[in-house]
Ligand binder design. Structure first.
Ligand code: PMP
Length: 414
């Protein structure tokens, strides 16, 4: 179906997601857990199913027709993703991984372990996801580098004065989340990248919550490395992306070894193949790459700016409804340009897990926990929060159902 040039037709979009019609206890599911994973539209499922039905084979090594078709599909998916995120180097700058976490680890091991040493500083933010925080912490321990955190202010924004203090000539890399999966803050990642570059440091941007929800151009940002996951952008699980500037990737050692990534192997030594294959040893996620390609087509057909606007408007609506309740504490900035499509909150006197369980009785699916940002929750002074996160198929009525269900939780627990 074509979405172009129409006002966002959420009903038509929803028709492409049979899962959204599911009912539990005669109530239709209200899926507001999109920051964890998004649902997959029919065209993406169909693309993967067609691939398995018609073109399945292993890639790179085959001369036969099916392998050629699979290889073509797999390689083209890299080109499509490169185009989608504005990587002018094309497929050589797009490495397929398992997810954002693996993309973070790839850079931490391939670059960090080889380049960092005592006296070097890794600058993170206090709102980093564990995928980056834990990874850099461990690499710092092994290399003798230190880790510093840019403060989050009382409004849930990065304290950029503090960033300017922390990022110095000792900084080796600045690793920052583009959109916080807990606070919803859209961070000034171009500015952070520029600060890093002023001090000859690199920048790594975790775009797991950005690429699915807003237009992203990695070259406009200037990022050296940029990571995201297929499953949060209407694509399949099992595939993630690491973008890297070609000259940096060329200079880097791989950290996973095996078949498919080599140029020449002897009993004594091996040399590496071309980008991006150098970083993709073994049989890669082929069907998932086909699915990711279809997801990118699907998202672009709707338009990333329309997706952003829709989600921001839902988040604003949710924020305002929750704020009106009086006993709800909401985390992160007020709705505005620098807040994405999710709202984390707590209801006074009700544990986030209890709240989420009561909402589940109404078939409203949200998430409770620390959202892989434990140090940030410590700073907020809570062990857990409830998080509602929106995608292109969500509606105001679904937000209303969320807010209405809070009353039950109050009656039972508060
Ligand atoms: N970073 C952020 C900001 C995220 O929200 C997530 C997923 N919650 C990740 C990294 C990790 O993504 P994945 O589990 O797909 O590796």
């Amino acid at each position: 179906m074509s979405h172009q040039n129409l006002a966002l037709d959420v009903e038509a979009i929803r028709d492409e997601f049979p899962i959204l019609q599911r009912e539990f206890d005669d109530q239709q599911v209200v899926y507001l857990d999109n920051a964890a994973t998004t649902q997959t539209p029919d065209p993406v499922v169909d693309a993967m199913s067609d691939y398995y039905r018609e073109s399945n084979a292993n890639v790179h090594r085959g001369i036969h027709h099916l392998s050629q078709e699979a290889s073509e599909a797999y390689e083209t998916a890299h080109d499509r993703v490169a185009e989608f995120i504005g990587a002018s180097g094309g497929r050589e700058e797009v490495i397929f991984t398992k997810n954002t976490t693996e993309s973070e680890n790839l850079i931490a091991y391939s670059w960090g372990l080889n380049e960092l040493g005592p006296g070097d500083e890794v600058v993170l933010t206090e709102m980093e996801h564990h995928a980056s925080l834990v990874t850099w912490q461990q690499i710092a321990k092994r290399t003798g580098a230190s880790v510093e955190y840019i403060r989050v202010d009382e409004n849930g924004r990065l304290d950029m004065d503090h960033a300017r203090e922390l990022i110095t000539d000792d900084t080796a890399i600045v690793s920052a989340v583009h959109v916080s999966n807990t606070l919803g803050t859209i961070n000034p990642v171009s500015e952070l990248t520029e600060l890093a570059h002023t001090h000859d440091a690199l920048s790594f941007i975790d775009g797991a919550q950005a690429v699915p929800n807003q237009p992203v151009d990695v070259e406009e940002i200037g990022a050296d490395f940029y990571a995201f996951s297929g499953h949060k952008m209407a694509g399949p699980t099992g595939i993630g992306v690491l973008y890297g500037k070609k000259e940096l990737l060329e200079a880097m050692e791989p950290y996973l070894y095996g078949g498919g990534m080599i140029r020449k192997v002897t009993f004594e030594d091996s040399t590496w193949g071309e980008l991006p294959w150098k970083f993709e040893p073994g049989t890669p996620p082929i069907a998932e790459a086909v699915g990711l390609h279809a997801a990118v087509d699907w998202l672009e057909e709707i338009g990333m700016d329309r997706i952003r606007d829709h989600e921001q408007e839902l988040a604003r609506y949710a924020y305002e409804q929750l704020e009106d309740e009086g006993d709800v504490e909401i985390y992160g900035p007020e709705p505005g340009e620098d807040r994405g499509g999710l709202v984390s909150f707590n209801v006074e006197g009700v544990h986030a897990h209890d709240l989420t369980s009561i909402l589940n009785d109404h078939t409203v699916a949200i998430r409770a926990g620390d959202h892989c940002t434990q140090p940030l929750h410590d700073k907020l002074g809570v062990a857990a929060s409830a998080r509602a996160s929106f995608y292109v198929y969500n509606t105001r009525e679904e937000v209303d159902k969320l807010v209405a269900a809070l009353d039950d939780a109050r009656q039972l627990f508060a």
